[in-house]
Design a protein around this ligand. Structure first.
Ligand SMILES: [Zn+2]
Length: 262
């Protein structure tokens, strides 16, 4: 068996190659009966410290690969990664994780924070109300499939259902927004409709302070709970449920058919 093949099959050889992928200057080998390490990253007297450092460095290396691959693509607001893509465009390649500070909030709130910025929460800009279409067939129509249902049901406004709309504009979350503003003193300078750039501003404002980040996480958890309740309500059989939405849909289609620019 050749030396190269031997190296690939042996756990020791594989471990050295894996180590050098993250720490190119480092090597570890037997010298007689003793183990020696080159480079200054491995401390043979403290293996758990070296292991923690390896896990940290490997995570950062993977994070940089992810950022570079995302920046090399064109990402639209219909894709989950759009928020991360916009943040990388604004800040450039990040050396640390996006939220590296320990957050003062419950585990559920931190979960909501991470999922929202990863773009995997339930927002119609990505999922187009797919799971709610069986309750209301009109939602499959491209005119309504990405609308904020709460705004549409309340005042017939068709607004893109996005994370930034929920955080800064949607009237359904006015109370939670008020509590967040009071606790963090964060304020948007403009009264115009929000964009994804406002999410970048809120990240800059919160990410260095554990309590602000905690308040943001609680706000996002509150948004998640309110939206779940609203969606349940609007797709139910009650008088203010799907019938109300259906009336809005029909009225909007009829008005659109009559409008001169149609
Ligand atoms: Zn809304």
């Amino acid at each position: 068996m050749s030396r190269g093949r031997d190296k690939r099959l042996c756990w020791w050889g594989r471990m050295r190659s894996t180590l050098r992928r993250i720490w190119p200057q480092c090597d570890i080998q037997f010298n007689g009966n003793s183990l020696t390490a080159t480079g200054d990253v491995i401390d043979l007297n403290n293996p758990s410290n070296s292991r923690a450092k390896y896990i940290g460095d490997a995570t950062i290396a993977r994070w940089k690969v992810r950022q570079n691959s995302l920046l090399a693509r064109q990402v639209s607001d219909r894709q989950q990664e759009y928020i991360l893509f916009s943040i990388f465009q604004e800040f450039g390649i990040l050396e640390k994780p996006l939220f590296w500070k320990k957050t003062s909030a419950s585990i559920n709130a931190v979960h909501a924070l991470v999922r929202t910025f990863a773009g995997v929460e339930d927002f119609a800009r990505v999922n187009a109300h797919y799971m709610r279409r069986k309750f209301l067939l009109g939602l499959a129509n491209a005119r309504f499939s990405r609308c904020c249902l709460a705004c549409f049901a309340k005042n017939g406004k068709r607004v893109l259902d996005s994370e930034w709309h929920a955080l800064f504009d949607c009237p359904s979350h006015a109370a939670a927004r008020g509590r967040f503003t009071l606790a963090t003193k964060f304020s948007r300078d403009s009264n115009t409709e929000s964009t994804v750039a406002d999410l970048c501003k809120i990240v800059t404002y919160s990410k260095h302070c554990a309590s602000r980040l905690g308040e943001l996480a609680k706000f996002l958890l509150n948004i998640r709970m309110t939206r779940r309740r609203d969606h349940r309500h609007l797709t139910s059989n009650g008088p203010n449920g799907r019938v109300r939405l259906l009336r809005r849909l029909i009225w909007d289609c009829w008005r659109n058919a009559l409008s001169p620019e149609h």
